[in-house]
Design a protein around this ligand. Structure first.
Ligand code: FES
Length: 178
């Protein structure tokens, strides 16, 4: 009598284990890929960190200072300027020539620093911002300017050009004789 053979039932646990192993088993190519991605990620983070540190170090080396305009203004030689008043717009300075004498008056209002204009008469100055007025010597005729326009030091540079030092105030009687 022949016996019919049936396949043994599968162990459900065995199947699960095999499946789990299949899922967790790592092929050499997976390891290589994972290692490669780890290196790339590490490289990106390291590069970013180094760049940040490098930028910070560079900023420490460069002083965070704004060098403003020099108070010393180098002009043309004396012969370039006519007798009378010449306004040096760029420097806000009035250069006054009387014969061979030169003087310089600040054109910056002593209230809040606006540029003062020469009166139409040529005998005094007025400020367009808040209405201060000054006479031709820079004395205040009407506020709110709290003090006169300052007279500035004028000298000759070694190359024969005029220099006005806006940081050096002088009395109104001082002048440069050329
Ligand atoms: S800035 Fe000249 S009057 Fe105010």
């Amino acid at each position: 009598m022949s016996q019919k053979q049936y396949p043994l039932p599968r162990d459900p646990n065995e199947n699960t284990t095999q499946r789990r192993e299949a899922k967790t088993s790592v092929s050499p190519s997976d390891v290589d890929r994972r290692t490669f991605l780890t290196w790339v990620a590490g490289g990106v983070v390291s590069t970013g960190t180094l760049l940040t540190m490098g930028t910070g170090a560079l900023r420490l080396l460069i002083p965070n200072v704004h060098y403003g305009e020099s108070p010393r203004v180098l002009l043309d030689p004396p012969g370039h300027y006519p007798v009378g008043v010449t306004y040096l717009d760029k420097h806000r300075v009035y250069l006054i020539r009387k014969g061979d004498q030169f003087r310089a008056l600040s054109g910056r209002c002593t209230h809040l620093g606006c540029a003062v204009n020469l009166d139409a008469s040529g005998r005094g100055f007025h400020c367009p911002c808040h209405g201060s007025r000054f006479d031709e010597q820079g004395e205040v005729l009407r506020g709110p300017a709290p003090r006169p326009l300052p007279w500035l030091w004028v000298e000759l540079a070694v190359d024969g050009r005029l220099v006005v030092d806006r940081s050096r105030e002088v009395s109104e009687s001082e002048h440069l004789q050329v």
